[in-house]
Design a protein around this ligand. Structure first.
Ligand SMILES: Nc1ncnc2c1ncn2[C@@H]1O[C@H](COP(=O)(O)OP(=O)(O)OP(=O)(O)O)[C@@H](O)[C@H]1O
Ligand SMILES: [Mg+2]
Length: 331
């Protein structure tokens, strides 16, 4: 295999090594930093003066002698409060945008790395076969199996990105139909069976046959449930146990998936549904991922007029609850 050395710089005329040019980080990270700077500017340029104006308004109202002074004070206060509210709202929006840009930057480098790893292995195995290094049928078969596995990993990742792109750009078409809730849950469990066996996961199910029908695109809900099941398998430690149950709550069927994993810190419970967000547990455990799974789950259930939420499980772990609309509920 050939490797390309980084280009070296020529020495300067006086023989000294050339000074390293300043290194600038470009791209999304830069955008995130710019947004944070803009945020600080907005706070200093508009926030501080509006606070000063609020103080002036209060002083005028408190020390004024006539009705005119009070009206003047109220006007100053009103104007200053409007500006202050605008500053707070725009500051929150800019901070959110900056955080999103940062997460997007992390996502791009993570996905590039996740694409590169299987590609490097594929290149290595192809070279082994091309150069005739696989001397016997057994080694050749091992190379072919590894090639199949790595190609599968690549395809799964690319499919996930394409799925997300379709969902985010509202190109995924849902075809809701009357379905038996138990059939939808069973289809998701069937798709999960291989992972369950490989991960030696104990599965406890409580899905009553008599549940009312739901009005959903069955494949989309199977995808959503599969994402939650995959997470339960991925983030819990042996001995793994997943419990799945369903019940009627108001005009929704609620499907709950509970695991005995590390759980999700309370300050992360709303963030994990944001696109690109990866939790501290996932990072600490060194588990890879795109950070898109739960964003997809939320987008799918929202499109069905349903909802998804997470609660702590007892004594440990998390419970993800998907609420799905009944078939006979008027839209
Ligand atoms: N069952 C769970 N137990 C503990 N943490 C979880 C669980 N499910 C999700 N998380 C946390 O929520 C984060 C977001 O999950 P999400 O499925 O969106 O992305 P991901 O699993 O990191 O990547 P991928 O898009 O490949 O699924 C995870 O990084 C993890 O920290
Ligand atoms: Mg996931």
């Amino acid at each position: 295999m050939t490797t390309t050395a980084p280009p070296t710089e020529p020495a300067t005329e006086d023989g000294k090594a050339p000074s390293t040019p300043p290194r600038i980080r470009l791209g999304i990270d830069l955008r995130s930093r710019r947004l944070r700077t803009t945020n600080r500017l907005v706070i200093y340029v508009a926030g501080v003066p509006s606070l000063a104006l609020i103080t002036v308004g209060i002083i005028v109202m408190a020390t004024g002698t006539g009705g005119r002074d009070v009206i003047m004070g109220v006007l100053i206060l009103g104007m200053a409060l409007t500006v202050a509210t605008a500053v707070v709202v725009s500051s929150i929006l800019i901070a959110r945008e900056a955080e999103l840009a940062r997460l997007q930057g992390e996502f791009v480098s993570r996905v590039s790395h996740d694409l590169r790893t299987p590609l490097t292995s594929i290149q290595m195995f192809v070279e082994t076969l091309q150069l005739g290094r696989a001397k016997d049928a057994e080694t050749t078969q091992a190379c072919l199996d590894a090639l199949g596995q790595e190609t599968g990993r690549l395809l799964a990742l690319v499919d996930r990105l394409l799925d997300w792109a379709r969902i985010e750009s509202a190109r995924r078409i849902y075809e809701p139909r009357r379905c038996r809730a138990v059939d939808v849950v069973n289809a998701a469990l069937d798709a999960f069976e291989i992972v369950r066996i490989q991960g030696e996961i104990e599965l406890v199910r409580d899905i009553p046959e008599g549940l009312p029908d739901i009005d959903v695109d069955a494949q989309a809900i199977v995808d959503a449930l599969s994402n939650v099941l995959q997470n339960a398998a991925r983030y819990s430690q042996p001995p793994r146990k997943i419990s799945i149950s369903a019940k009627l709550v108001g005009d929704m069927v609620e499907v709950s998936i509970a695991d005995n994993g590390p759980g999700i810190p309370s300050n992360e419970r709303s963030k994990i549904f944001e696109k690109f967000y990866r939790g501290t547990t996932a990072k600490a455990m060194g588990i890879g991922g795109t950070g898109l799974g739960l964003a997809m789950v939320r987008a799918i259930v929202d499109a069905h007029r349903g909802s998804v939420r997470v609660e702590p499980n007892s004594p440990n772990g998390s419970v993800f609850i998907l609420a799905l609309p009944l078939a006979d509920t008027p839209h």
